[in-house]
Design a protein around this ligand. Structure first.
Ligand SMILES: Nc1nc2c(ncn2[C@@H]2O[C@H](COP(=O)(O)OP(=O)(O)OP(=O)(O)O)[C@@H](O)[C@H]2O)c(=O)[nH]1
Ligand SMILES: [Mg+2]
Length: 244
């Protein structure tokens, strides 16, 4: 009885701690979103498992945009600044965050990055999260939309196995479609599974290698940019987004 009571206490404390951490994160994320919106900066949070092709998609996307200097990328990885270096080669500004043992970016990391980046109003902010289909699902960064990338080599059952990451996502991109002839992956099935989890999710397929689907992705991005309105009405955005 004593042991059970002690166990229940511990579980209660763990739940409370998790709620506190997420509560603080959500408050900072809301501050990030407010600041980004007031400055007319469209922000996307790209999530996937490791190696699904996030950085490759980002570099190819920036190359296709008319002005690389109007794009900023926040890169999240446990170690190295390899991805930020790949982004900088395109002419876009990139800031690398190393999370060490951490398995996701959080709103405070993005808040601090925003404070250092000196982004132009009405520019584009692309955030590459740490490769992981689980942890990033719980941490709002303050982005305008979450984009989930799933490569065909990972299997078409992922929306059902890792549903949380698909729940709040605006778009699922099925990547590396040039490899479809070599793997068992059914595009109709993955689309049906993703929409079973999130009926509103948009779905695109593409290959950075062959260029298949890149035009549709660029159109999605352009539409998102053109419908994104500057919500500057409620006051001065201020220069520094820091929450604390
Ligand atoms: N065949 C094929 N390979 C691709 C495609 N896109 C990316 N790759 C390859 O997939 C590997 C991983 O690509 P990255 O862009 O580094 O993936 P990532 O999601 O950024 O990886 P992490 O940041 O480590 O999570 C690289 O070897 C890429 O060349 C594609 O469309 N087709
Ligand atoms: Mg990467």
């Amino acid at each position: 009885m004593g042991l059970r009571g002690g166990q229940a206490d511990t579980e209660q404390r763990v739940i409370q701690l998790e709620q506190d951490i997420l509560g603080v994160n959500n408050a900072i994320a809301a501050a990030n979103r407010r600041w980004l919106r007031r400055n007319g900066i469209l922000s996307l949070n790209l999530v996937s498992s490791p190696g699904a092709g996030k950085t490759s998609l980002l570099t190819e996307t920036i190359r296709r945009l008319p002005d690389a200097s109007a794009v900023t990328v926040i890169e999240g990885d446990q170690q190295t600044d390899l991805d930020a270096a790949r982004i900088r080669e395109t002419g876009a500004k990139a800031l690398q965050i190393n999370t060490g043992k951490g398995c996701h970016l959080d709103a405070r990391m993005v808040n601090e990055a925003i404070g250092r980046l000196n982004m132009e109003p009405a520019s584009l902010l692309l955030i590459e999260n740490v490769g992981n289909l689980v942890c990033p699902a719980s941490f709002d960064l303050g982005e305008e939309a979450r984009v989930v990338i799933l490569s065909v080599t990972e299997g078409d059952d992922k929306p059902l196995k890792y549903p949380d990451i698909f729940v709040g996502a605006s778009l699922m991109i099925v990547s590396k479609t040039d490899l479809l002839p070599y793997v068992h992956f059914d595009i109709d099935r993955v689309t049906e599974y993703a929409r079973r989890i999130n009926p509103d999710i948009a779905c695109l397929t593409l290959s950075v290698e062959t260029g298949q689907g890149m035009d549709a992705w660029m159109e999605w991005l352009e539409k998102r940019r053109s419908t994104f309105c500057i919500t500057a009405a409620d006051g001065d955005p201020g220069l520094v987004p820091f929450f604390t």
